[in-house]
Ligand binder design. Structure first.
Ligand SMILES: C[S@@+](CC[C@H](N)C(=O)[O-])C[C@H]1O[C@@H](n2cnc3c(N)ncnc32)[C@H](O)[C@@H]1O
Length: 123
């Protein structure tokens, strides 16, 4: 990311709670629209599974999980601190994993293993 250096989680680690408190309402609305758009482009089905890239505290993941509580979601981010905020929500269909999207080799993310890949406010 331009603000903090894209290979470092440290900036996001320190601003995670403030970001979540101040911006979640804004990105939450956009997240809902993004989900609707994705569902139109490639309709969700009971076998859909989602990858949220740069999930942060999980605004988009939370919207998805609320609407589709039975579909598995993997929320990834460079910053474990931001993902911990999401983990605190204890969403049954959500797992979190630290992944640098610029270097996914060795991350365990296999090509073709997700039906939908979403991301909000990451680039
Ligand atoms: C503006 S926040 C957006 C968070 C969330 N998607 C939202 O809409 O509220 C950007 C997020 O991207 C993550 N990020 C930045 N560079 C990344 C990278 N190379 N790989 C994975 N995540 C990254 C940051 O840690 C941060 O949580």
């Amino acid at each position: 990311m331009l603000f903090y250096g894209y290979n470092s989680s440290s900036g996001w680690d320190t601003t995670a709670e403030r970001y979540a408190a101040r911006l979640e309402q804004v990105t939450g609305k956009a997240g809902g629209l993004l989900i609707d758009m994705s569902n139109k482009l490639l309709p969700f089905s009971p076998s859909s599974n989602f990858l949220d890239v740069g999930a942060g505290s999980g605004v988009l993941t939370y919207c998805l999980s609320e609407r589709y509580p039975n579909m598995p979601i993997l929320a990834t981010d460079l910053s474990r601190v931001t993902l911990n905020l999401l983990d605190k929500k204890n969403l049954a269909n959500v797992n979190t994993k630290v992944v640098d999207v610029n270097n996914i080799s060795g991350s365990g993310l296999e090509p073709g293993s997700f039906s939908h890949v979403l991301s909000a406010m990451m680039i």
